[in-house]
Design a protein around this ligand. Structure first.
Ligand SMILES: Cc1cc2nc3c(=O)[nH]c(=O)nc-3n(C[C@H](O)[C@H](O)[C@H](O)COP(=O)(O)O)c2cc1C
Length: 134
């Protein structure tokens, strides 16, 4: 399976209702397509992990890349995996993941992972485990 994490710059006009309908659509599609993952949003940037069969993840990423609700998509991690990190979530969306808002902005501006992103990443990935972090 393929697992990809990207960051992007959100359209500034998006409101809570836009995010809610986007997440609902993503969850329905991903359940259909055998994809799982997680999404966080700090009001300016998205970070998303998408995992599943290689062709399915690539097709979904192509749709997401063309989506006008954000731009500047940069992959910060891409790996082949045997085990999913968000096996129980068609697309976990955590509006409570706000402690790292500035860390996410910094990562999106820098456009590459850096050692100082370690806590952000471990708390993000922790959302997929029982009792979730963040
Ligand atoms: C930040 C962001 C994350 C998204 N995540 C997903 C996703 O996980 N799965 C998905 O199918 N679509 C996702 N979308 C929506 C796609 O870009 C696209 O609109 C959708 O897949 C089209 O599906 P539809 O034909 O059912 O409308 C996302 C869009 C954005 C802006």
């Amino acid at each position: 399976m393929l697992s990809v994490i990207y960051v992007s710059v959100a359209d500034p006009d998006l409101g809570p209702a836009d995010i809610a309908s986007m997440v609902a659509g993503a969850q329905a599609n991903n359940a259909r397509d055998g994809l799982t993952g997680a999404l966080i949003y700090n009001g300016q940037n998205f970070m998303q992990l998408l995992e599943g069969p290689v062709a399915g993840v690539e097709a979904c990423l192509a749709r997401i890349r063309a989506d006008l609700r954000h731009h500047g998509m940069i992959e910060v991690r891409r790996r082949l995996v045997d085990v999913r990190e968000f096996a129980d979530f068609s697309m976990l969306y955590s509006p409570l993941f706000r402690a790292h808002d500035e860390d996410l902005s910094r990562l999106a501006a820098r456009r590459a992972l850096d050692p100082q992103d370690e806590r952000l990443m471990s708390n993000f990935l922790g959302l997929g485990r029982p009792g979730g972090a963040g």
